[in-house]
Design a binder for this molecule. Structure first.
Ligand SMILES: [Zn+2]
Length: 175
């Protein structure tokens, strides 16, 4: 048949007639039920803009953690907010130490395959020193699950190898 010449051929199979009862005189699609499955690698390049949050990620790459401080009410938002959700004033950037406290967390045993992370995946809610809000991100390098305690000191850890998305420029670790 010559199919062995298709280097990425995974399999050839014959699909059954799903409505055989409707075709008493034979399957009219019989000639078209042989199916070739091939492996086809596709690559896409996305151009993505992070808008008013860009500086947060740019500074992360430089191992600095920025929050925003409201010019009106003084509340410090981490994650940063260009506009204060409480009083609608425009905020300004403010660098935090990256140290904080674990306020809550969840352990997930089901993560999307593309994430390529170990399970359980720990999503931590951290109150960073100097911030009035909680910041949610992955907690890594905690050892055993039993080691994770609400109230424990946490620090922002920065990526040391190239990452696929700016969000991965940081994660949390026990301090
Ligand atoms: Zn405000």
């Amino acid at each position: 048949m010559g199919l062995e010449l298709v280097s990425n051929l995974m399999e050839v199979y014959t699909a059954e007639d799903p409505m055989a009862f409707d075709h008493p005189e034979g399957d009219p699609w019989a000639d078209f039920r042989e199916i070739m499955r091939i492996e086809w690698k596709m690559a896409f390049t996305y151009k993505h803009v992070l808008g008013k949050y860009s500086k947060f990620f740019i500074e992360l790459a430089d191992k600095k953690f920025l929050a925003t401080e409201c010019r009106g009410c003084g509340k410090v938002w981490a994650i940063p907010r260009p506009l204060c959700p409480d009083c609608l004033s425009i905020t300004r950037w403010k660098e935090l130490s990256g140290k904080g406290t674990l306020e809550s967390y969840s352990a997930s045993y089901f993560v999307p395959a593309f994430m390529k992370v170990d399970i359980p995946y720990i999503l931590a809610m951290v109150r960073l020193d100097g911030a009035d809000t909680l910041f949610t991100h992955q907690l890594r390098n905690y050892g055993e699950l039993e080691n994770i305690k609400v109230g424990m000191p946490i620090k922002v850890a920065y990526a040391t190898e190239p990452v696929n998305h700016p969000m991965l420029l940081m994660h949390f670790e026990p301090a």
